[in-house]
Design a protein around this ligand. Structure first.
Ligand SMILES: [Zn+2]
Length: 445
């Protein structure tokens, strides 16, 4: 008897906190084990998160079990630490490297704070460390243990161009990862084959970017004969214009030409955005600098893994600054400095004595971080960072597919049985998309 079952534990009526379970009589997999985003869905404590994952793994147990992660954003991977030790966890090889770098950086930052406290030194750039210390007070304070756990993750590699990825088998479930573009590094859609059914899980994805050009060829070639489509719908309720990543870069270059000193607030793990910034700085004839250890690590991972295959697009050679470095050259020639929201103290030091009319902040992150009160309450660093500048310009594009792209993917896949929308705002529906009536009937929400 065929018993394949799909359960969406979280994510139907909220963005983030995604957990999807697919099971057969003998096997089951989870796709993502995400933390709720601040201000989205129910606010949960670390204890509640742990209890929820405990419950998930104590019910519906199967002989073969595994967790597969689509990408490294916290709302997809944040609860990995609570997964039982004997359950294998899988992720892309590059994504794992970024996670290892993240936890190594947190541990280094904590050690630095501990050392500073011991000598009663005052550190200026300690927001990042404060975050780490707060994280350290939660249920699983042992970052070393978390790092070891990440190191134990199993991985899949990305196949060479024009070759098919290999499936991974857990009991009688087969999972095949397909590389896609999103605002994190090394992201995947998944094809799940179980009990004769084919399920396509999109993870988070987009088309309007350098790597996004592979989206429709992948869908058309591999997402064939699909029974159930599970798709993200982040942008269903948003009217944001999704400009292409190339356009982001072009706008940045103009801004970098207009101002001598430019700070760009951007994610350290968004390889495509970092490429846009790098290209823009080159056009504006400015050097680009960093000072954060995590971005130093991610850029070197990206360069080692991607520079040659991307023909130099993802080849990063930033200048690295230490807080003690003098910045005479930077003051004379101008600069582009790539910062994270936790580096306000360092940036203030960097800008000291500069003419504020010559300084620009390019805010290159989601605007909800400074506009939405619940976001600001949960994490005030973005707003504080932005408020510290007289001149600010927003140059950004979403990591998620716009409405037209989601409609195009649904229509191309044309699943036989049903379409499930996850990772979407409450009250939004895939039925509102410009898709054929026959497909609207298949939308299950
Ligand atoms: Zn994401």
């Amino acid at each position: 008897m065929k018993t394949m079952d799909i359960r969406i534990h979280r994510g139907l009526e909220q963005i983030g906190g995604c957990i999807t379970e697919i099971s057969t009589a003998t096997s089951r997999i989870f796709i993502d084990m995400g933390q709720n985003l601040p201000g989205v869905g129910e606010v949960t404590t670390a204890d509640q998160d742990w209890q929820m994952v405990e419950d998930l793994f104590s019910q519906n147990r199967k002989e073969h079990e595994a967790v597969f992660y689509t990408h490294t954003h916290e709302d997809h991977i944040g609860l990995f630490r609570y997964v039982p030790d004997d359950v294998p966890q899988y992720i892309g090889e590059g994504a794992k490297e970024v996670m290892v770098a993240k936890y190594e950086s947190i541990i280094e930052a904590i050690l630095k704070v501990n050392k500073a406290n011991r000598f009663k030194l005052k550190t200026d750039d300690c927001n990042e460390q404060k975050v780490s210390m707060e994280q350290a007070e939660t249920r699983a304070p042992n970052h070393n243990a978390m790092l070891e756990r990440i190191k134990s993750f199993k991985t899949w590699g990305r196949p060479k161009p024009h070759s098919a990825p290999r499936p991974i088998e857990e009991g009688d479930i087969r999972v095949t990862p397909f590389f896609c573009s999103h605002s994190a590094y090394d992201c995947y859609m998944l094809l799940i084959e179980a009990d004769g059914k084919r399920i396509w899980h999109t993870g988070d994805f987009r088309e309007h970017s350098y790597l996004g050009k592979g989206l429709m060829p992948t869908i058309k070639h591999y997402a064939t004969d699909i029974d159930v489509l599970i798709t993200e719908g982040t942008m269903l309720g948003r009217t944001d214009q999704c400009i292409h990543e190339r356009e982001v870069s072009r706008k940045m270059a103009l801004a970098m030409e207009a101002f001598k000193f430019v700070v760009v607030l951007a994610s350290s793990t968004d390889i495509e955005r970092l490429a846009s910034i790098k290209q823009a700085a080159r056009l504006a004839k400015k050097d680009y600098y960093i000072s954060n250890r995590f971005i130093k690590k991610t850029m070197s991972i990206f360069t080692r893994r991607e520079a040659s295959v991307s023909k130099g697009l993802f080849d990063f050679h930033p200048k690295f600054m230490r807080p003690s470095d003098g910045n005479a050259t930077m003051r004379n020639r101008g600069f582009v400095f790539i910062a994270s929201a936790s580096q306000l103290g360092f940036v203030k030091q960097l800008l000291e004595g500069l003419d504020p009319t010559e300084v620009l902040l390019i805010y290159s992150a989601w605007d909800g971080y400074y506009k939405a009160p619940e976001q600001v309450k949960a994490n005030p660093f973005y707003k504080q960072f932005r408020d510290a500048f007289n001149n600010v310009v927003d140059i950004h594009t979403s990591g998620h597919a716009d409405r037209a792209t989601i409609a195009k993917v649904i229509t191309a896949i044309n699943p036989k049985e049903s379409i499930i929308g996850i990772h979407k705002d409450p009250g939004t529906t895939l039925k509102s998309l410009d898709i054929p009536e026959v497909l609207k009937v298949k939308v299950k929400e």
